[in-house]
Design a protein around this ligand. Structure first.
Ligand code: TRP
Length: 363
């Protein structure tokens, strides 16, 4: 069995640095390593609609933003199949069959669903589609028999739920589906990038993001406002690097080469941390360096985005072609699924012969 990589994002906003260090950067590396049979990256518009049913325009507007973010970080449609979830009706069909293999109680225990339900304050009005989206996500992952799913750590419960569905399906109907493995970021700072305000998560709803498409000036302004160490009042005071957003971002982004290029007073991040802890190093200097590092990462991304923005019809065309290609794969898996579930009535000649025999009038 070869390696099949799949991942995706909800189009509910532009993608930000949390997405970048948590997953996008790794995707491009995986793409370039080429160590896979096939790689899929998709825009989960159906999932986005599960809690935005009344707001389809938001999903529609953000779909193109996410597509531009994908292309601008360097995902290459020649190497990766880029597609839109809603364009693959087979996914919906798989979801319905998988629904029979999952209990309501199990969905209620899914930690990600639990915390999202709390955050969204649905009260008694939880949409069924939202509640069951982990099942739909299992269809997203299994339609191409994905082996490897690079995502952030918040997706771990989704992967576990998917694996359970796969095991249950295979036990019940025969070996058709493949259990996927999660691929988490290696760097601890990248597992969950905090927001500019020090909140544990960078998130659009918290308004604490640096977006991939932010102009350089805006990145500078945002980093200036970033949460550091509230007890580090004077430059001479000793400071803390733990829980200090500027240092966490440096952990996620800065390399030794960045020090050589932008801050030759230090050889590496450890030296800076030591100085900061000891006292005598001000936040502004750290923030200036961080701004240079982040802007140097974002610069090529912005440049590519500009190019694709000038050819939006081509962006839709890329998604259309990718969706057609993904659909072929989905149709094949769906037909295997239906055969295993014994609901492939019309392509099963043996069934037709057997039934004909059973009902034939005995002479
Ligand atoms: N749940 C993911 C998110 O919120 C998006 C997603 C949907 C996904 N289906 C997926 C990710 C399948 C990986 C694999 O970002």
């Amino acid at each position: 069995m070869g390696r099949i990589i799949l991942t995706g994002d909800r189009p509910t906003g532009r993608l930000h640095l949390g997405h970048y260090v948590g997953s996008l950067r790794r995707r491009v590396e995986l793409q370039e390593e080429g160590n896979y049979d096939r790689m899929f990256v998709f825009i989960a518009d159906v999932q986005a609609l599960t809690d935005n049913a009344a707001n389809p325009e938001k999903v529609r507007q953000n779909l193109i933003e996410v597509a531009l973010d994908y292309l601008s970080v360097g995902l290459d449609p020649e190497k990766v199949t880029l597609f839109i979830q809603s364009m693959i009706p087979e996914l919906t069909e798989l979801t319905v069959y998988y629904m029979n293999l999952v209990s309501v109680g199990r969905l209620q225990r899914n930690p990600t669903v639990k915390s999202e339900l709390q955050m969204r304050n649905f009260g008694q009005g939880v949409p069924v589609g939202f509640f069951t989206y982990p099942i739909s996500q299992a269809a997203d992952i299994t339609f191409c028999k994905a082996t490897t799913v690079p995502v952030g750590e918040d997706q771990e419960p989704m992967l576990e739920q998917c694996r359970e569905i796969v095991r249950r399906f295979n036990q019940t109907y025969g070996e058709v589906l493949v259990e996927p493995q999660i691929m988490l970021p290696e760097n601890a700072a990248c597992l969950r990038l905090p927001g500019l305000d020090g909140n544990a998560k960078m998130s659009k709803s918290l308004g604490n993001c640096i977006y991939l498409s932010d102009p350089a000036k805006e990145v500078e302004t945002k980093i200036k406002s970033a949460y550091t160490d509230p007890s580090h009042l004077h430059v001479e005071d000793p400071g803390h690097v733990e829980g200090n957003v500027v240092f966490t971002y440096m952990d996620a982004f800065a390399t030794d080469d960045d020090f050589a290029e932008f801050w030759p007073d230090y050889k590496c991040l450890d030296e800076v941390k030591e100085h900061y802890r000891r006292g005598g190093l001000g936040d502004m200097k750290c923030k200036k360096f961080l701004t240079k590092v982040i802007n140097s990462r974002l610069e090529p991304i912005r440049a590519r985005r500009k190019e694709f923005e000038q050819d939006i019809p081509e962006v839709y065309n890329i998604l259309k072609k990718g969706s057609e290609a993904a659909r072929e794969v989905a149709a094949k898996t769906l037909s295997e699924v239906k055969a295993a579930m014994r609901i492939n009535y019309f392509d099963d000649e043996q069934l037709i012969r057997e039934q004909a025999e059973r009902f034939r009038e005995k002479k």
